[in-house]
Design a protein around this ligand. Structure first.
Ligand code: UTP
Length: 408
């Protein structure tokens, strides 16, 4: 892209300030800024104007989950189906590790956090250990795809190498980078990180499959004949990955997607709940839950919307190709965005100072016809690390790991 083309593109989106310092830049910085302008989708900033409209929801009604009792009754059968599917090489795992983990506040990738007490125990290490449990049970390696972002790719790949992939077979580990989106002021002007760089951030966890396609990694899935992808978050250190029983149950029930869920502890718990929206599976985030959603009871007197998602889904690969052709809704999230101010100083704000633009994996569920909410025991499978202290922190995760007999 040449300077005139860049000017035209920026003008169209009212972002002329991006070239403010262009004339003072070195040749290589000029080149890299022009390249970034060419690659950046500035149209996301328009969504700030349509913010209210995007928030409209359909008619919400309860969805039936497969509860612990039902799972226990059929455990042997589901597990066998799941193990067989894994042994046939039809299951892959996708670790979402492209997030910035801003709440935890460390500059390193979240998975590099050492949560050990007497010895190093890294978050990535716990995840690999959990996947190795299934590899050992099934007797075959499982392909693991790890999504990083521009911000943490080098650090993540170097760390895995340095740690010898935590004994996993490196031929079965594939890294890919997710796409980035610009970050903007509340008025929709993109922030600059430096005179030659637009401030960007990963484009949300909904971008994982399109990023797999864009990076070409999807070819491995096709070549290997992988039919099911278990997608999960980096920050749940009790995460059961490629769980044979979960896979078997989703296949037996002929569902497009399976979603691991936990029973809510109380109506106000800050967790997205599974439901039907206009008759299709969906998730209502905690901040969108009305009094009715929080307090409606079912025919047994139990809360009707009682199952919270833990970001562990089993998708069918064919459906993903189809979902990818449709556009996911864009979420506009208030965040703290480091930026360069008018005087050229780099500022790390203490309070949210603008918007990031993200698509979310939970919106992919609503694009499918059937979903199996699959209940798991919270204390055995859900130990998220989101915050520095208190709820969902390293301390709370340590307690849960100890409860499950993990040496720290
Ligand atoms: P979160 O929603 O907790 O976001 O991610 P985050 O960026 O890690 O943390 P905060 O909100 O800044 O504190 C849930 C999962 O989705 C992944 C994260 O790595 C985590 O596994 N994720 C999130 C991505 O892979 N890419 C993204 O753009 C966002």
């Amino acid at each position: 892209m040449n300077i005139q083309e860049a000017k035209n593109k920026l003008e169209k989106y009212n972002q002329g300030h991006v070239l403010k310092d262009f004339d003072t830049l070195s040749e290589s910085d000029k080149e890299s800024l022009l390249k970034q302008i060419a690659e950046t989708d500035f149209s996301v900033t328009d969504s700030i104007i349509n913010k209210k409209e995007n928030a409209k929801r359909g008619v919400i009604s309860p969805i039936k989950a497969m509860t612990l009792n039902e799972i226990e009754e059929n455990k042997a059968e589901y597990t066998e189906i799941g193990l067989e599917t894994i042994r046939e090489g039809k299951v892959g795992a996708v670790l979402l590790a492209g997030g910035m983990g801003t709440r935890l506040g460390s500059d390193n990738p979240k998975g590099m956090n050492d949560i050990g007490i007497t010895k190093p125990v890294y978050i990535f290490q716990r995840i690999i250990r959990n996947l190795l449990d299934v590899v050992d049970e099934a007797g075959v390696w499982i392909h693991l795809f790890i999504m990083t972002s521009d911000k943490n790719h080098e650090a993540t790949t170097a760390f895995f190498k340095e740690q010898n992939y935590f004994t996993y077979n490196p031929e079965y580990i594939h890294f890919f980078k997710q796409d980035m989106a610009p970050a903007a002021t509340f008025e929709g002007k993109v922030y600059m990180e430096s005179p030659s760089k637009i401030a960007t951030s990963p484009n949300g966890n909904g971008g994982w499959f399109s990023s797999m396609k864009n990076s070409g990694i999807v070819d491995i899935i096709h070549k290997e004949g992988i039919e099911w992808l278990n997608v999960f978050a980096v920050d749940n250190v009790l995460q059961r990955i490629a769980d044979p029983c979960f896979i078997g149950a989703t296949i037996s029930k002929k569902c497009n997607v399976g979603s691991k869920v936990v029973r809510k502890t109380n109506p106000d718990e800050k967790v997205g709940v599974m439901c039907l929206e206009d008759g299709k599976p969906s998730i209502v985030e905690y901040y969108e839950q009305t009094e009715e959603i929080r307090n409606t009871k079912d025919e047994n007197g139990e809360p009707a919307y009682n199952f919270g998602v833990i970001l562990n889904y089993l998708f069918n690969e064919k459906d993903l190709e189809h979902i990818c052709d449709n556009e996911l809704p864009l979420h506009i999230v208030e965040k703290k965005i480091p930026y360069m101010n008018e005087d050229g100083e780099f500022i790390k704000p203490e309070e949210p100072n603008g918007y990031k633009f993200e698509t979310l994996i939970l919106d992919m569920i609503h694009m499918l016809d059937t979903c199996l909410p699959f209940e798991v025991v919270r204390d055995k499978e859900f130990a998220p690390i989101k915050n520095k202290t208190g709820v969902d922190s390293i301390d709370s995760a340590r307690e849960l790991l100890k409860k499950n007999g993990v040496q720290l």
